[in-house]
Design a protein around this ligand. Structure first.
Ligand SMILES: *[C@@H]1O[C@H](CO)[C@@H](O)[C@H](O)[C@H]1NC(C)=O
Ligand SMILES: *[C@@H]1O[C@H](CO)[C@@H](O)[C@H](O)[C@H]1NC(C)=O
Ligand SMILES: *[C@@H]1O[C@H](CO)[C@@H](O)[C@H](O)[C@H]1NC(C)=O
Ligand SMILES: *[C@@H]1O[C@H](CO)[C@@H](O)[C@H](O)[C@H]1NC(C)=O
Length: 724
């Protein structure tokens, strides 16, 4: 059960899950209580056929009596059509993501014997033992979260004498064709909606198949919100998707039913219920610990090889949401932050893979920017206030939301447990909305532009001179105080992945070098160019103006060397060096925000010199090698790479660019010194008391300092670190 609360005066909506799902009984198919001649011939058990896109059939259930009561003006019809179009859109999206072995024949749901039957035959010797001997006279049929399930969707039931054939009460329904999941939809003003006026919708799962895969559920939309202008269609679709994902398996109630299926096996009978899905670590943090999910988080944080559980929000004994400090912006965090700021992220998709019920199309995942490549200590209550990560902020000043779509104020919420981030302003924060701009003719000293291609930049630009400035003497303006840095909306244009330029009112386009501050002609002050946030995907591709640098890859070779400085006597075997090579490569790739296709033949020598050749393999998507190389050099100078390996942490300390003669100068359109580039990076190792043991015990692990602090809210420790 999932509740979406739209907090008034705030763009955020909170989701409370579990409250009602706990009181729902999850029905599984039992042996039919009908004799063979009354039973429909089809079975709803999935077989082991090849997985096909999940077919979600939706069914609107009108509330008898309530309709027309709250809404004499036809808002009900509007709400209903809005709900159904959101549900259909969400279901269609799911269809491109999840696949299951299709249900054979029409889908039929089970009836709950505890509902229709008052008593059963109790003598094991009699032929009709355990069959219904007395009907419940008050039986009103089956319902799912207040939605009355039509008899046509349900199996039949019968009354049995002590001996002999039964008396049929209701035959099997005709079932629902082409369905693997049935979603009932209600639009109502329930008591829950009444008590919590900010709830948008809530949902629950009601029926499972013989392998515990959810078969049916209900989503209830609180009527008053569906027609409210504060909720866009995309918001409703995203909220629906979140609810749907709960009913399909992302739920504290369903985690314990997840299945472990041997990889590569299509034999579904070889699956078993997972031994462990959630656990509490030694600091009391609830974690989801299944393999794909853990791997996916490690990849996201840039610490591949570390076995991390993914923290869940603290919501009582059960939890159905990701910890917001770590996975802000994911569709499965507890606070719904608007469709624009919500992503169907790879870690959430990994959870569906780990449920064992679905085959997952991972290419449907949307990139999560929050915390990407930020390392093991990201998102802890103990580190978020130290300034070590610019995803978090301190104080209460103004700035930009991390996606740079909105201006923000540094603030917190209950899910952030004291951590602070720039949250969108209550009103008019969106840079991409034209209507948030100043009225025409109004004074615009900061040169702001609101436009679909505008983004928020931290800046103190002003067209008015500062007091004391010679040019200000003829000005009528009162002396200005120095402009504070704040979030401002300026036009941006992606030039290549990770690179962009900006424009202010009346200014030319100015290239913005990620991580640098720039000045704008005609303005006083500075603008900060964010690193790693803008132009990461193909967002704004239509705005690309400079032609992509065309490059033949042959003959171009970049070599990136990392010198690994380590204390004396610190030696690694060949296999250990290979693993360290991989860890360094991961860190580089994650810093670059690119795939493996740029990096080739990595190696580490016996005296710990890391080398990787850089060129673009055919089909590789992204910036040119020159671009990437430049960006990497820049970021490595600014912020060293940290690699955790074998319980030690390696940090780049020094870097220099070496140039060697090039074999093919005519191809260099890169603005780089002609030649083969060699970046020397010195990695320093903080080793502490950790010593390497034989390979079998070697794992990439957190740094020793990570262990020495008993951090609350840390992720699970990596195994295999031996201390001597
Ligand atoms: C599935 O289980 C059966 C019996 O336990 C075994 O013979 C078979 O090899 C297993 N299949 C796979 C793919 O693991
Ligand atoms: C997988 O997802 C991608 C991206 O959304 C989509 O283009 C593709 O059609 C999907 N594949 C299937 C089999 O649905
Ligand atoms: C939001 O801003 C608009 C335009 O600036 C204004 O008309 C409206 O009253 C504001 N709303 C709130 C709740 O402050
Ligand atoms: C902008 O900020 C920078 C650094 O904080 C400061 O040096 C500069 O004077 C400010 N400029 C204006 C116009 O306020």
């Amino acid at each position: 059960m999932w509740l979406l609360l739209l907090l008034l005066g705030d763009a955020a909506s909170r989701c409370l899950h579990d409250e009602t799902q706990k009181s729902m009984s999850l029905l599984r198919p039992s042996l039919s209580q009908l004799p063979a001649n009354f039973r429909s011939s089809f079975l709803t058990l999935p077989d082991s056929r090849d997985p096909q896109p999940l077919r979600i059939q939706t069914c609107y259930i009108g509330d008898p009596g309530s309709e027309g009561v709250w809404d004499p003006e036809g808002d009900g019809m509007r709400g209903r059509s809005q709900a159904m179009s959101a549900v259909r859109e969400a279901a269609q999206r799911i269809q491109g993501i999840l696949a299951v072995p299709p249900v054979q024949g029409p889908l039929l749901l089970s009836r709950d014997p505890a509902q229709y039957c008052h008593a059963v035959w109790g003598d094991p010797e009699t032929p009709n033992y355990h069959r219904c001997s007395l009907l419940n006279p008050g039986y009103k049929g089956e319902s799912c979260l207040g939605a009355k399930i039509p008899d046509a969707h349900l199996r039949g039931y019968a009354l049995w004498p002590e001996q002999g054939p039964p008396q049929l009460v209701q035959p099997d329904g005709s079932g629902v064709q082409n369905a693997d999941f049935l979603l009932y939809v209600r639009v109502a003003h329930t008591s829950k909606c009444h008590q919590e006026p900010s709830i948008i919708a809530y949902a629950a799962c009601c029926q499972l198949d013989s392998e515990d895969r959810p078969l049916a559920g209900t989503i209830v939309y609180c009527a008053q919100h569906l027609t409210s202008p504060s909720l866009s269609h995309n918001d409703t679709v995203m909220a629906t998707l979140h609810e749907l994902l709960h009913t399909l398996g992302f739920s504290g109630q369903l985690f314990k039913k997840w299945r472990d299926c041997p990889s590569g096996s299509s034999e579904r009978e070889n699956c078993s219920t997972r031994q462990q899905v959630i656990m509490r670590d030694e600091w009391g943090q609830l974690l989801l610990t299944t393999p794909t999910v853990s791997h996916s988080l490690a990849k996201h944080l840039g610490v591949l090889g570390v076995s991390l559980g993914v923290p869940l929000e603290e919501e009582g004994p059960l939890s159905s949401h990701w910890e917001a400090r770590l996975l802000q912006g994911s569709i499965m965090t507890a606070i719904f932050d608007g469709a624009q700021r919500t992503r169907l992220d790879p870690i959430t998709l990994a959870a569906f893979k780990d449920s064992g019920w679905y085959q997952v199309n991972h290419s449907a995942a949307e990139e999560l920017l929050w915390g990407r490549g930020s390392g093991l200590e990201f998102g802890l209550v103990t580190t978020c206030g130290t300034g070590s990560s610019d995803f978090f902020c301190t104080g209460s000043g103004l700035g930009c939301h991390y996606l740079h779509l909105d201006k923000g104020r540094c603030s917190s919420d209950p899910m952030l447990e004291g951590c602070r981030m720039y949250k969108p302003l209550a009103n008019g924060s969106e840079c991409w909305k034209k209507e948030n701009g100043l009225p025409p003719g109004a004074k615009n000293p900061h040169g702001e532009i609101h436009h679909s291609q505008s983004r928020c930049f931290l800046a103190n630009l002003t067209s008015q001179p500062l007091p004391g400035d010679k040019t200000s003497h003829h000005s009528q303006n009162p002396p200005l105080k120095e402009e504070e840095l704040t979030g401002r909306c300026y036009l941006h244009q992606c030039t290549e992945r990770g690179a962009y330029k900006v424009q202010l009112k009346g200014s030319p386009w100015v290239p913005c070098l990620p991580g640098k501050t720039i000045q704008i002609p005609g303005y006083f002050g500075l603008l900060f160019c964010p690193w790693g946030r803008l132009c990461q995907t193909n967002e704004g591709a239509d705005a690309v103006t400079s032609p992509p640098v065309s490059l033949s890859t042959q003959g171009l070779l970049f070599q990136l060397s990392l010198g690994l400085a380590a204390p004396g006597g610190y030696t690694l075997g060949k296999e250990q060096r290979e693993e360290l090579t991989e860890a360094v490569l991961q860190a580089l790739g994650s810093r670059a925000g690119t795939g493996r296709c740029y990096f080739h033949s990595p190696s580490i020598t016996a005296n710990l010199m890391f080398t990787v050749h850089m060129w673009k393999s055919p089909g590789c998507q992204g910036p040119s090698v020159g671009m990437l190389h430049r960006a990497l050099t820049l970021t490595l100078q600014e912020k060293p790479i940290k690699v955790y390996y074998g319980g030690a942490s390696f940090t780049t300390e020094d870097s220099k660019l070496l140039v060697t003669p090039d074999s093919n100068p005519s191809r260099m359109h890169l603005g780089l010194p002609t030649g083969l580039c060699l970046i020397m990076l010195i990695l320093v190792c903080a080793l502490g008391t950790v010593a390497y043991q034989k390979r079998a015990t070697l794992q990439v692990g957190p740094s020793p300092s990570y262990h020495s602090q008993a951090l609350p809210g840390t992720r699970g420790p990596a195994g295999g670190i031996r201390e001597v």
